[in-house]
Design a protein. Structure first.
Ligand code: FAD
Length: 407
């Protein structure tokens, strides 16, 4: 077991500096343009792939080769400090990779995860498709159906997925679907939809409040036929799981729900994204408060402003500590009080609050698109919504600490 330490080791310092350089020199200068264009920032993602930040090797190292669990949060904080929309464009494929790693066999991982990234010369994307128009928080109610065609050893998928990051522009779509809807979450399975499979198409592309460089759209599945081997984890394992679930339909655990297994693993990384946005806004408003003069002195010389910045820094550091604890526990121990959800709840709230305070400190300038803080505020809000809303994190924590089925 790796020791928990707040002193970063040499590898971690190197990683932090490397990602920070990329965020400062490539991501941040491009942020405003791609936010205004509301288009997927292909050239920046290609640059990240050439740099080694976007790719299978980086994900494998972060997910498997790091005993402390801190690689991902450190990298995410720096990347999202640069820009959240571009950051998610770079990290989005990681959600699909985590979906494959969480539910697939080692062979499936080796086959499909590299195809979520492509190569630096031919960049590809992955998409993780759980949410539906009528099932976001309530992932147990998915309507997308997967039906097994035994004669052909094929699965046939039908349904519509909503708000999917990289949806329809990805090479690999990982889709969570109901095999036995009566079993709710325990009757679901995850499937890989290989590139160019007939029947999969992009529905509407959403126009968003923030993270506008990141592509979000519907994914429509119309009689999508995939080989039996695309069921993550394999048929035998699914059959066993379904049999256990049918026997114990009244509350006895029958293993992980596929979507939930992925969210548990990715929550500290998502929380770290929020820390990155919050840090960008805090640093910017601190500098601004030292420069901006009103009533003959720098505005930071007023306690009202200085104390606000002190509170912002305290909340920021508290959030990061929760994120690092959760990331370390995810790798080295186990969550006892939903520490992953705690980190996401706290960091997302902090990002929304700090970015709003940053606008306050910049006054009228903060409210205009001349300055980045209004964009950071728009970007921060998604952290309260995706990968489990604020209320869903509270629900997960409440159930973990009480042992009761709080509704
Ligand atoms: C930009 C963006 C990117 C996304 N990317 C992806 C992706 O790549 N893949 C994917 O699968 N999904 C993705 N999502 C979907 C996202 O995960 C869902 O929007 C989210 O889970 C919330 O679901 P919902 O929108 O249906 O809200 P609802 O579930 O309808 O919730 C509405 C409100 O009710 C509250 N609520 C719901 N249930 C309860 C309860 N039991 N107790 C208390 N309050 C409750 C919620 O907290 C929220 O405030 C993305 C969403 C966005 C906006």
């Amino acid at each position: 077991m790796a020791e928990f330490s707040l002193a970063l080791n040499d590898d971690q310092v190197q990683l932090k500096d490397w990602v920070h350089d990329f965020a400062a020199n490539v991501v941040r200068p491009a942020a405003e343009e791609w936010d205004e264009r509301e288009e997927f920032p292909w050239p920046i993602v290609q640059e990240a792939a050439k740099n080694g930040l976007y790719g299978f090797e980086f994900m494998a190292q972060a997910m498997l080769g790091d005993p402390t669990g801190l690689t991902m949060p450190i990298a995410m904080e720096e990347l999202f400090w640069g820009d959240a929309g571009i950051g998610l464009s770079i990290f989005g494929s990681g959600l699909a990779a985590a979906g494959i790693a969480g539910n697939g066999t080692p062979e499936q991982l080796g086959e499909w995860v590299p195809q979520c990234y492509g190569t630096p010369d031919d960049v590809k994307l992955g998409a993780f498709c759980v949410s539906e128009p009528d099932a976001g928080s309530d992932v147990s109610s998915l309507r997308t159906r997967a039906v097994y065609d035994q004669a052909k050893d094929e699965w046939v998928l039908n349904g519509t997925k909503a708000w999917i990051t990289n949806g329809g522009i990805a090479n690999i779509h990982v889709v969570v679907a109901a095999v036995d809807p009566e079993l709710k979450g325990r009757g679901q399975a995850s499937f890989v939809i290989p590139p160019n499979t007939p029947g999969l198409s992009m529905g509407q592309k959403y126009k968003k409040h923030g993270i506008r460089a990141s592509h979000t759209s519907e994914v429509v599945l119309d009689d999508v036929r995939i080989p039996g081997s695309c069921l993550l984890g394999g048929k035998d394992k699914l059959d066993e799981k379904l049999a256990r679930a049918r026997e114990a339909q009244k509350g006895v655990s029958s293993g992980k729900q596929p979507a939930m297994a992925t969210f548990e693993a990715t929550r500290p990384a998502v929380a770290a994204m929020a820390v990155g946005i919050a840090r960008a806004a805090w640093e910017y408003s601190l500098d601004y408060a030292k420069e901006r003069r009103a009533f003959g002195k720098a505005i930071i010389e007023n306690q009202a402003i200085a104390f606000m910045l002190a509170d912002m820094k305290t909340e920021l550091d508290a959030s990061r500590l929760l994120v690092w604890r959760a990331a370390w526990l995810a790798r080295n121990g186990k969550f006892e009080a939903a520490e992953g959800s705690q980190s996401k709840l706290k960091a997302a709230r902090t990002a929304v609050w700090i970015t709003e305070r940053a606008i306050q400190i910049l006054g009228g300038y903060g409210y205009t698109r001349e300055y980045p803080v209004e964009r950071w505020h728009r970007d921060a809000k998604i952290m309260d919504i995706f990968e489990g809303t604020e209320q869903i994190q509270q629900l997960v924590i409440a159930r973990a600490i009480s042992g009761l089925r709080i509704e």
